[in-house]
Ligand binder design. Structure first.
Ligand code: MRU
Length: 362
């Protein structure tokens, strides 16, 4: 079966799957420039922390390839990479991956420009951007493997026993370069014959759960059940949820993490019902520079995402709207942070040693 591709790239051409149109239409949008990429990220045609970082890097690679002829000196290439990535970074503020990619690619460009000619600098920057695609798929597979083991251990599953797992938002192939993070863990459980059922939350207002995660589960023939966000606690109370795994947009130094709005209520409910809850994310989502969740900038989105559905008004005219795209889940509610380099668990003092972990694996 062909895998779902949020990002279709060959050198000089970048297209992103228009996630605003899924699941009704499968349409790719051309992204020839960084400006076009900024717009796609802002409008959430491409979304998900790793996917927006990779799309931005590949937009830079594509614009560089298409306009090679205009650069006269390697310093101009480095300046272009700096300016274009700074600009794309203004598209969405919460996910740290975009900032991490910006820092990484700008550094590559600056270093190359010190010793290489124009062509070598352009080639080197393009290669560094392209490497992010493969790197992300590798990381996701490893997150899946480690996460499957962690979830099974957390519920004390016996040999061969299958478990029921809940998730929210979309963290699958559509949110990454492929395979996914939290949905990658669910995928890995399924591949190992250890998943009884995945429950996905609708995830209002953008409906990443019903439009995207449900689509991926059906596409991969993984047994899945869609529920509305306000049904999660009732399902836990029935004893139908063994474990929860969600993604992350930024994990602070103390383990507090920002993720799709609704994650926090899921975590509070999980604690009440004694259900282990994990976040799964690549190391690039860990941000030791941000001390706690209170320091994370939470994006607020337009009111019409709440008042309208498929372009049609569904809320009373004149009502005020608050539409934060993410919330912060305190580390205290979390069982573990699953990354490609290992699962971070609480230390003897009850804290997640995020900074120490990053220092050891980077
Ligand atoms: O607003 P979105 O759809 O970009 O939000 C996505 C999430 O919150 C995901 O859980 C997170 O980015 C991880 S995606 C692997």
């Amino acid at each position: 079966m062909a895998t779902l591709e949020a990002i279709a790239y060959v050198r000089g051409s970048l297209r992103v799957l228009d996630q605003l149109r899924l699941p009704l239409e499968t349409t790719y949008v051309d992204v020839p420039t960084c400006e076009a990429c900024w717009r796609c990220i802002k409008d959430m045609r491409v979304r998900g922390a790793p996917a927006i970082a990779i799309a931005a890097a590949l937009a830079l690679a594509t614009e560089l390839e298409r306009t090679r002829g205009r650069f006269r000196a390697s310093a101009e290439v480095a300046a272009f990479a700096r300016e274009r990535f700074d600009y794309m970074y203004t598209s969405r503020p919460t996910a740290v991956n975009l900032g991490e990619a910006r820092g990484r690619i700008q550094k590559v460009a600056m270093t190359l420009a010190e010793t290489c000619d124009v062509t070598e600098t352009i080639d080197g920057v393009i290669e560094a951007c392209e490497a992010m695609l493969e790197e992300d798929v590798r990381s996701c597979r490893e997150i899946g493997r480690r996460g499957a083991e962690a979830l099974l251990a957390s519920v004390g599953a016996k040999d061969g026993e299958k478990i029921k797992v809940m998730t929210c938002c979309n963290t699958g192939s559509l949110a990454t370069a492929g395979y996914g993070t939290a949905l990658g863990v669910i995928r890995a459980l399924w591949e190992r014959g250890r998943l009884e059922r995945a429950y996905c939350l609708e995830t209002r207002p953008y409906n990443q759960g019903s439009r995207l995660t449900a689509y991926e589960l059906v596409y991969e023939k993984i047994p899945g059940t869609l529920i509305c966000d306000n049904m999660a606690a009732a399902l836990m109370a029935r004893g139908d949820v063994d474990a929860i795994v969600v993604g992350a947009d930024r994990v602070a130094a103390n383990g507090d993490f920002a993720n799709k709005i609704g994650t926090y209520s899921l975590a509070v409910n999980a604690k009440h019902h004694g259900v282990p809850m994990f976040t799964a994310a690549p190391v690039t989502t860990l941000d030791p520079e941000t001390a706690t969740g209170a320091d994370i900038h939470i994006e607020e989105r337009p009111a019409d995402e709440v008042t309208h559905s498929l372009g049609k008004r569904v809320a009373a005219e004149g009502i005020d709207v608050w539409n934060p795209s993410f919330d912060v889940t305190p580390a205290a509610l979390l069982s573990g942070i699953i990354t490609e380099s290992g699962v971070i668990e609480k230390n003897v003092k009850g804290f997640f040693p995020v900074s120490e972990f990053v220092a050891n694996v980077k």
